[in-house]
Ligand binder design. Structure first.
Ligand code: PMP
Length: 402
């Protein structure tokens, strides 16, 4: 059965929400994947910022295999050791809690985690949590992407995604991303929360300007509103820090996570810091699979492997290599982002052409706008692989015609 035949079968059986798939992938190893025709690709997208350890990482395979053989699922009437350990680990990474809750200076007593299965669900839980403040107003940013469920969609700015599904829930105001004055002006004592991506992923890896998150913190604190940071795409080590907001020093009230958290196993987490941790009460929210032991074991393995492999430092140095290498091409106007979440702004609308040429050259990238490529490779990408990717992509850019 050829790749083309599989695509035909896909189209006859799978709902057409994504268009025709470009490849039928069969297996992967590290930063490489192979299609069903046996062709190999350097994967600079990692399932859109998901496969942080690359493909087939032994620690992830071991954790998931052992857990699925031991206990694959329990209901939320019960808990499991990996679920508890992961919640504690995430709170620690966010500087929220040491053992004993509040035992360390700077910790945030009362912080708690809600587990789900995806980014949209993590945001959906956060959205419900904001309603428990007694306020309904929300402020979100233009260019933002928070997911496709009705609640998450209400916070997603893109008109093409929203309009066919209106009326959407919510009382949402959109402000230009990065404009601290506009944000401040939009926040008042009806605002339940401001939701921001510290680094906008779907918009093509656009970083919040210096001081923006601090301004958002000041505006929300001043009005008693929550500051909610969506780290679904940019969190869990992708930017070279555990979280994209870490370097800002800002302490948010809510952080949502998914994608890279499970390294390929579906999991989402809504982390409520400090007092926000008690807003959802028994009966407020729930999900059958959230906190599943296989998914939480996977996430623990991912966190351990990032630490053991010094992958935060790797994301920074290898990301810089990619960025410097690509910036040298005359068709490249700018390289944005941080660590291994990069946007490559092009001087002309050659993105789709470059995407196709890259695939033909054996490199997977994402074309997120006609004049923009996005790279989100596995955090295990090596220097040599980055240099190889740059060499191939520079050649690809030579081939495209503006
Ligand atoms: N938030 C952000 C910042 C995202 O990038 C995404 C996915 N692109 C989501 C939320 C939604 O995540 P999911 O597709 O897992 O529902």
């Amino acid at each position: 059965m050829t790749q083309q035949q599989w695509v035909g079968r896909y189209q006859n059986a799978v709902m057409n929400t994504f268009g025709a798939p470009r490849l039928v992938l069969e297996r992967g190893e590290g930063a490489w994947v192979w299609d069903v025709d046996g062709r190999r690709y350097l994967d600079l997208l990692a399932g859109i910022a998901v496969n942080s350890l690359g493909h087939g990482h032994p620690a992830l395979v071991k954790a998931v295999s052992e857990q699925v053989a031991t206990l694959a699922h329990v209901s939320n009437f019960f808990t499991t050791v990996p679920q508890v350990r992961l919640a504690e680990r995430l709170l620690e990474l966010l500087g929220a809690s040491g053992v004993g809750d509040g035992g360390r200076p700077g910790s945030r007593p009362g912080s708690r985690v809600f587990f789900s299965n995806s980014g949209a669900e993590a945001n959906e839980a956060a959205l419900k949590l904001t309603r428990r403040t007694g306020r309904t107003g929300l402020v979100a940013a233009a260019g933002a992407f928070h997911g496709r469920t009705m609640g998450a969609l209400s916070l997603t700015a893109n008109a093409a995604y929203r309009e066919p599904f209106e009326p959407l829930p919510g009382d949402v105001r959109f402000v230009p991303y990065g404009d601290a004055d506009a944000l401040e002006a939009a926040v008042d004592d009806t605002t339940a929360a401001v939701v921001l991506e510290p680094l906008q992923g779907e918009a093509g890896a656009r970083v919040a300007p210096d001081g923006y998150l601090q301004a958002a913190r000041a505006a929300t604190s001043g009005c008693g509103a929550l500051l909610w940071l969506d780290e679904v795409q940019c969190g869990m080590g992708r930017t070279g820090d555990w979280f994209a907001h870490t370097a800002s020093g800002v302490a948010p009230d809510l952080v949502t996570l998914a994608k890279g958290l499970g390294g390929g196993i579906p999991i989402g987490a809504t982390v409520a810091l400090g007092e926000a941790g008690s807003l959802l009460r028994p009966g407020s929210h729930g999900t059958t699979f959230g906190g599943n032991p296989v998914a939480t074991s996977a996430a623990l393995a991912v966190i351990d492997a990032i630490e053991a492999g010094d992958l935060l430092a790797n994301a920074t140095s290898v990301g810089q290599r990619l960025s410097d290498g690509l910036a040298a091409h005359p068709l490249v106007r700018e390289v944005t982002g941080r660590g291994l979440l990069l946007g490559v702004g092009l001087t002309a609308d050659v993105g789709p052409q470059a995407y196709e040429a890259a695939l033909a050259a054996g490199v997977i990238v994402n074309c997120c706008a006609p004049d923009r490529l996005r790279l989100a490779p596995p955090l295990v990408l090596t220097r040599e692989q980055a240099d190889h990717a740059v060499e191939l992509l520079l050649r690809v850019l030579d081939e495209v015609t503006p």
